[in-house]
Design a binder for this molecule. Structure first.
Ligand SMILES: Nc1ncnc2c1ncn2[C@@H]1O[C@H](COP(=O)(O)OP(=O)(O)OP(=O)(O)O)[C@@H](O)[C@H]1O
Length: 249
């Protein structure tokens, strides 16, 4: 397990008679983007929730950085560095991008939030926060309130926050959703660099993004992984083409 950041084994989850997750095993290795694709209702989001800890599986295990986190809740997994999907609600919309990242730096440093006093002059917060904005390509937008950032910029800000909180792997559920072609292109380029900071398990319907980014792809259909492999292997897999890619491939 040393070369595996995240290791999911035989996860199962039923909703009544529906097998939403039917014995899924999947690994995430250092430096990689592992894409999880499949038709609507295949169980991708349900699987991501079980990995992040917000849905309890009926059986199976999740190991993160060698530790069995199966019984831990969302917050405990996040504290260990399992970065969750995009959550707009995690941003303070009226605060600048810089201030939002500073709050994350502050929380990681373990000091209590200081809403009063000269926080913005505290270099132990501003410097690491600015460095994080530079890494995520948002430095020029540091003073802009989160609410005024574009959709794509907010996602970059959320990643800057996740990195400031010490995320060591990311679970992204449809990050391209709601983005125009330019935004998708920019986010694709950004995720391409992010994989070197922390590997990514990526649920995404945008096949251009998936084929451009994925080191490996797993295909989920009716709660089961029907194929797993490189982009070329998946594109040329007859079962995958039949079940999911269809004529679009
Ligand atoms: N809380 C729930 N109770 C009952 N059924 C559920 C629940 N959550 C999900 N399901 C069902 O589980 C199946 C998998 O849903 P899920 O949202 O995980 O699929 P998905 O692959 O993420 O789909 P999409 O690509 O459309 O987002 C669906 O049939 C869905 O209706």
């Amino acid at each position: 397990m040393a070369d595996t950041v995240l290791s999911i084994r035989d996860l199962k989850k039923t909703f009544g008679a529906l097998k939403a997750t039917d014995g899924v095993s999947i690994d995430l290795r250092p430096g990689e983007i592992h894409a999880l694709i499949g038709p609507n209702g295949a169980g991708k989001t349900t699987l991501i929730h079980q990995i992040s800890g917000s849905i309890k599986p009926d059986s199976g295990s999740v190991h993160f950085l060698g530790e069995d986190v199966s019984r831990l809740g969302v917050a405990a997994r996040a504290r260990r560095g399992l970065g969750r999907s995009f959550q707009i609600s995690s941003l303070a919309p009226e605060f600048s991008a810089l201030r939002n990242v500073m709050l994350a730096v502050q929380s990681r440093q373990g000091s209590s939030f200081r809403f009063f006093g000269p926080v913005m002059a505290d270099k132990s917060l501003t410097e690491p926060a600015m460095a994080m904005l530079e890494r995520t390509g948002l430095a020029a937008r540091a003073q802009v309130p989160a609410a005024a950032l574009s959709h794509g910029e907010r996602r970059q800000l959320e990643i800057a926050i996740a990195l400031a909180l010490g995320s060591k792997a990311f679970l992204f559920d449809e990050p391209m959703a709601g983005m125009g072609p330019e935004g998708s292109k920019a986010l694709t380029a950004f995720l391409d660099t992010l994989r070197h900071e922390a590997p990514i398990l990526l649920v995404e319907h945008d096949m251009d993004a998936v084929f451009a980014l994925a080191d490996r792809i797993s295909v989920l259909v009716y709660g089961r992984i029907i194929a797993s492999g490189t982009v070329d292997e998946i594109r040329n897999d007859p079962e995958v083409r039949r079940a999911y890619l269809g004529e679009a491939s």
